[in-house]
Design a protein around this ligand. Structure first.
Ligand SMILES: [Zn+2]
Length: 256
């Protein structure tokens, strides 16, 4: 059962979550965007989908409520439910100077222009540190969900903004399983206390959650190996394999 998240919520003394107001099967209750810091200017992590006026309204409300403005914008990866709100923020939320919008570059590198704007990203690299009053964020290159995915370590809370690498509920999809598993192992080694995911509620048992993701993937791999062993000599397309593996799971669930 999905937990109901309020649109604006102060999660700690330095983290405020503003929901992207874009609920859907892939986004759970929508994208989580976070205002980070304790001073008058905060770092915004992720921006939700394009053309969601409700989100811009919520973000404005949060800025007013806490009497703060946006120092800069970071996006965890290129997917539109994380970068899509950038243009609307730039157009509708006044800032003293042009917004600095940062992310990791795509691999292989390709030029990225922010939708509908002449704005360009400023590119970060693994290990970069971003600071604002009351918060220090360290960039963690965590590819797998996408080739440009970054998580951010919030040093003061030993917390991780995990983007779409780890979600608050269910499991994440990925482009590259090898990279994804390596990223999960790396995040596990951080021994974080808390995860602020890109979708879904805050994860308080961070290590158990990451370990659960790793075990889940390994179990799926074992199921696939079992199918191949039971059908030695036969070849399968990936679609056929998915059908077989997931059918076994459904049958098991029905028998339990
Ligand atoms: Zn994504």
């Amino acid at each position: 059962m999905a937990s109901l998240l309020p649109r604006i919520e102060r999660l700690s003394s330095r983290v405020v979550r503003v929901l992207g107001c874009n609920p859907g099967p892939m986004t759970l209750q929508g994208t989580n965007t976070y205002l980070v810091g304790t001073g008058p200017r905060r770092i915004l992590i992720d921006t939700g989908e394009p053309a969601i006026p409700e989100y811009i309204g919520c973000l404005k409300q949060a800025l007013t409520e806490f009497n703060i403005s946006i120092q800069e914008i970071l996006v965890t990866h290129w997917h539109h439910d994380h970068t899509g709100g950038i243009s609307d923020i730039c157009r509708n939320i006044h800032n003293d100077s042009e917004y600095c919008i940062s992310k990791l570059p795509r691999t292989p590198h390709r030029e990225e222009i922010i939708e509908g704007e002449k704005l360009k990203y400023s590119y970060l690299k693994d290990g970069d540190v971003l600071k604002t009053e009351g918060a220090t964020l360290r960039v963690l290159y965590t590819p797998g969900h996408t080739d440009d995915h970054m998580a951010l370590h919030l040093v003061e809370e030993n917390a991780i903004f995990s983007g779409d690498c780890i979600l608050g509920e269910g499991t994440a999809v990925f482009e590259d399983l090898y990279d994804y598993m390596k990223s999960l192992e790396m995040l596990l080694q951080m021994q974080a206390d808390l995860i602020y995911p890109g979708h879904g509620p805050v994860v308080h048992d961070a290590c158990a959650k990451i370990q659960g993701y790793i075990s889940h993937r390994n179990a799926r791999e074992q199921q696939i190996l079992n199918v191949l062993q039971e059908n030695a000599g036969k070849s399968f397309t990936s679609v056929e394999l998915i059908k077989i593996v997931y059918k076994v799971i459904i049958v098991k669930m029905l028998l339990n």
